[in-house]
Design a protein around this ligand. Structure first.
Ligand code: GLU
Length: 297
């Protein structure tokens, strides 16, 4: 039985640059199972920060797709497109702490650099036509990832200064995710391992902004037989709204959960009783056969 009073608050935070594919359905299901297993809340956030990359109708399509799969969220959906004031307030606070600089380096100028070389670090006050970067100074950060175990890095050296507001005026994911995880009271971030490195920037920002740092859990990414990550960029097909049971069965097979094939909500309830996060301990990728991909819509 889940605990009666759980303070666990998890979330799923899709970017509406296209419909859900198997990898994003896996993210939704794992974060859902983990929240429900612990009797916690599962919240939804639409990361619609980047209108040029957004696909018209994708945000609504994602919500309908989650519902068709029985993935019902708690509370109302938080839309990042409506959160500019909060992001601006966070930037203001960081500016007061002298933690920002205004960067005019072009993509071309930074080509081939593994981390930001510090070129504009001395520009500590606003100037036109600039991206706003966070000065990463931490030399050591250590944390325990729920799936991947002990993590350690030198964020300043390994990752460098990160953009929080783009030159074109749009807020960057690294800022928005921190401000919004705090706003939604998220205690546990469950997402794909491709974002593990971003946790270092985000942990630094939580601390700098004096916000509670959640626990992080990074699950394996799905990879094709050729080793390529399953993603929108690698032409992952959308999961079909017509076959939610089949799509869920495929996710549960990947997670090695022996779930009886019934209605989506019943399958999820059954999976919640079977799910053990230890199954994913130290696993970094889950291979998927192309033949098993769900049909295109
Ligand atoms: N919006 C991100 C994505 O769709 C997820 C961000 C996160 O979970 O922190 O990949």
């Amino acid at each position: 039985m889940p605990p009666q009073e759980s303070h666990y608050r998890g979330r799923f935070a899709p970017t509406p640059s296209g419909p859900l594919h198997l990898g994003s359905l896996l993210a939704a299901v794992i974060s859902y199972l983990e929240a429900r297993r612990l009797g916690g809340q599962w919240l939804l956030r639409m990361e619609d920060l980047d209108p040029p990359r957004e696909q018209a109708g994708a945000a609504d399509a994602i919500l309908r797709c989650l519902e068709a799969h029985g993935l019902y969220w708690d509370e109302s959906v938080l839309y990042q497109s409506q959160r500019s004031e909060a992001y601006e307030a966070a930037l203001h606070k960081l500016q007061q702490q002298d933690a920002l600089f205004w960067c005019q380096c072009s993509r071309k100028a930074l080509k081939g650099q593994m981390t930001y070389p510090g070129t504009c670090r001395t520009f500590r006050s606003p100037r036109a036509n600039s991206a706003v970067r966070y000065r990463v100074t931490e030399q050591c950060d250590v944390f325990i990832d729920g799936f991947q175990g002990s993590q350690t890095a030198n964020p300043a050296q390994d990752f460098g200064d990160v953009i929080l507001k783009r030159r074109d005026g749009f807020y960057a994911y690294q800022l928005a995710v921190v401000v919004d995880d705090a706003r939604q009271g998220i205690t546990d971030v469950v997402r794909g391992i491709d974002l593990l490195h971003a946790s270092y920037w985000q942990r630094a920002l939580f601390r700098q902004l004096d916000l509670p740092t959640p626990n992080f859990h990074h699950f394996p990414v799905l990879i094709h037989a050729n080793g390529q990550k399953l993603s929108k960029q690698s032409q992952a097909p959308a999961v079909s709204l017509q076959t939610p049971e089949r799509n869920l069965r495929q996710v549960f097979e990947l997670l090695q959960l022996d779930v009886a094939p019934t209605r989506p909500d019943q399958m999820l309830a059954h999976a919640t009783t079977l799910w053990q996060p230890d199954q994913l301990k130290n696993i970094q990728s889950l291979p998927i056969a192309l033949a098993k991909m769900p049909n295109r819509v």
